[in-house]
Design a protein around this ligand. Sequence first.
Ligand code: IVH
Length: 322
Amino acid sequence: PVVASLAAMNATAERAAQLRALLNHHAHRYYVLDAPEIPDAEYDRLFQELQALEAAHPELRTPDSPTQRVGGVVLDGLVAVRHALPMLSIRTETDTTAEGARAFDARVRRELGLGDDAPPVAYNAELKFDGLAINLRYEDGVLVQATTRGDGETGEDVTQNVRTIGQIPLRLRGEAPPLIEIRGEAYMRRDDFERLNERQREKGGKTFVNPRNTAAGAIRQLDPAGMADKKLSFFAYGLGDQRGWAQPDTHSGTLDAISAFGVPVSSDRRVVQGAEGLVAFHQEIAARRDALPFDIDGVVYKVDAIALQQQLGFVTREPRWA
Ligand code: IVH
């Protein structure tokens, strides 16, 4: 009988692991790829099966279980966390004409000691998302901590609220390194913001001013219950601390890898050559800006080769390469 019950326990643990993997897979299809493979009712059935297993065997509950996205406690205050690597800001170019992009490219070329005859520098051009900067810390592929940027040196622990964001994986897909911090912006889509305000009006509650403040306020609130009516989204744009990972040698390749880990990365990004490539990207985004499903604050240009980024380094808190 002891052997039989051990076998049953094993089977239960295996089923729980299988359900976690299945549910995490389908959450990625649904929230990140927007391409579900199963009906919502089937997802709910699998979810309830896992919930029942965990209720009967609490020891089977793991931090990457999809059941652990909700059910946090009301906090007394947010705990300060010192960043393993500071969260930097980027220099804002006030000249938004083509001259601004040319001046940036000229500065990069000068710093790299490139003559006029040297080939154009490759840049990754991307969007500047208008939300709240978040650092996601994954150990052995499991989300262990989420922090705000704060003053760049020290942020706040917002793990329990960030765990409720369906787009953010609780476990990375594929071969995850022992440690990787993925940085990006939590934001609210315009349609989700409008729907929220519509519901507020229906129930006679106060409406919210803009998506950015709503997202930032939601993530920094002490009661995780307040996340329930706020659908937030996330775009990764870079890395923090990492250990044991062969990082690709370009920023664009790094974003591809982050996307393969199952973390959302905007597809509105492109590797372009030289100043004229930056100008073309800027003009294209300016023309599409109002039609984007979320607010942006501009565009960001980054030198694509990590080796060149390292050569360029930083001035005070700002990279010379962005
Ligand atoms: S890169 C070293 N990329 O802008 C470079 N930041 O001033 C670090 N932001 O609050 C940042 N979109 O959250 C980077 N595509 C993007 C971004 C982006 C928005 C925000 C970021 C930070 C501020 C940096």
